[in-house]
Ligand binder design. Structure first.
Ligand code: NAD
Length: 397
């Protein structure tokens, strides 16, 4: 079986699906690996390094002619770059990557129409045996780190406390909203930089994790008993809850020099946690990094991929932080994708089984049909119950 690494074409995307170190194990597993010319260049991996690892360097046409194409972004996650790729895909090809299936199901439908077998890595179930394939975690972790660095270089203050002959500097107060994978790394990074860190998450289970990093958990008198869904994700809580949360968070936000927003609900618009009125109460020069900007934002007025200044507060809305540290995010992504591929090979790829949870949950399209129940629902298509996909359950359903 020939596996290809396609060069990413999404604007600003510098990651690559496989790094040279990941080629050897795949070749040992019996795969022939081809890599599109300069696919890894933006991440710091030369064509020579791939050649030395045993891969052949090929054109884009040759890459798309392989049996299996590995990408970082494909389908809906590839924006305007998707149609050109779609038109290169041949029926029966296996396509693996992040495809934003729940927000952009139409592109998955188009992949299905091409007869492609499409696997979406965002849908890897959050179970112990799939942890090493979990791209959301590997990428969010580094994004959380990067968000804090962005805040630190934008803030007109330094993070650590310093006692100098010229006077004492008090530490920056950093508030992290949402303490999932990205949030916990943001907390750890802000602590390493010497910030005075506090954090809030709607899932009560997170309190201990926040405290174990040496940060303060912000306690809000809110009923959060039902806030956690399957897989450790947060559930949407309803507007009344969010209104109360904003009211209670107002004082903490006003007292922060930096707010890093990471709160997300899978497949939904991000909850608004910081209103314009709350921003206006912050000290001038304060910084908000809204990591949820791509999903509508946790902070009112944040603009995706732009910087706005409101009432003296700088609000950053980065949407692709992992691409800003492409060497390491690619290294981790490559481990995720090669573990995933090895897993499917053990299950008999190119045959696809639905008896395995990882294979079943990530399979979006096969044999000309959009097969994933949740993606079908998002695409406005009826369930496939009557067809041959017994036991196919949407994640979180
Ligand atoms: P995410 O990116 O969907 O959300 C980020 C955080 O925002 C979550 O912690 C969520 O609780 C929080 N949030 C949502 N609404 C909020 C609100 N109104 N106020 C404050 N916070 C809010 O989630 P994620 O970071 O990808 O993962 C969340 C959790 O899933 C992890 O912390 C972990 O417990 C679990 N997880 C499990 C596995 C596994 O078992 N293999 C893998 C990865 C993650």
């Amino acid at each position: 079986m020939k596996v290809a690494v396609a060069k990413e074409t999404y604007p600003g995307e510098r990651r690559v699906a496989l790094v040279p170190a990941a080629i050897g194990p795949l070749r040992k597993a019996g795969l022939e690996v081809v890599v599109e010319t300069s696919a890894g260049a933006a991440a710091g991996f030369s064509d020579d390094a791939y050649r030395a690892a045993g891969a052949q360097i090929v054109s884009r046409e040759e890459a798309f002619a392989a049996d299996c194409i590995l990408t970082v972004r494909t389908a809906g996650a590839n924006g305007d770059a998707w149609p050109a790729d779609r038109d290169r895909l041949r029926a029966g090809a296996i396509l693996v990557g992040m495809c934003d299936p729940l927000s952009a199901p139409q592109a998955c439908r188009e992949a299905a129409d091409r007869g492609v077998t499409l696997f979406s890595l965002e849908l890897v179930p959050r179970i112990t045996r799939a942890q090493s394939m979990d791209v959301l975690s590997s990428q969010a972790n580094i994004a959380g780190y990067r968000a804090v660095l962005m805040a630190a270089t934008t803030l007109p203050r330094i993070f650590p406390m310093m006692t100098t002959a010229a006077g004492t500097i008090t530490p920056a107060k950093v508030l992290v909203l949402g303490a999932g994978v990205a949030g916990l790394q943001a907390i750890a990074t802000a602590k390493r930089l010497g910030g005075q860190v506090s954090a809030y998450d709607v899932r009560p289970a997170v309190k201990e994790q926040v405290q174990s990093l040496g940060a303060k958990f912000v306690e809000l008198p809110l009923e959060t008993g039902t806030s956690e869904a399957a897989g450790g994700y947060a559930k949407a809580m309803g507007e009344e809850f969010y209104a109360r949360q904003r009211e209670l968070l107002g004082k903490v936000v006003a007292d922060s020099d930096v707010v890093v927003c990471t709160a997300l609900i899978p497949g939904q618009k991000a909850p608004v946690l910081v209103t314009s009125e709350m921003v206006a109460r912050m000290r001038p020069g304060s910084v908000i990094v809204d990591m949820a900007a791509e999903r509508g934002g946790n902070c009112e007025g944040s603009v995706a991929d732009d910087t706005v200044i409101r009432d003296g507060v700088t609000i950053l809305g980065p949407t692709n932080l992992p691409a800003e540290v492409p060497f390491h995010t690619s290294q981790l992504y490559a481990k995720n994708v090669s573990t995933f591929l090895s897993h499917l090979l053990k299950l008999g790829l190119p045959e696809v089984t639905l008896d395995d949870e990882i294979s079943r949950d990530t399979l979006v399209a096969r044999g000309g049909t959009l097969v994933h129940p949740k993606v079908r629902e998002r695409a406005g298509m009826p369930p496939l119950d009557s067809l041959a996909t017994p036991g196919h359950q949407a994640p979180g359903s």
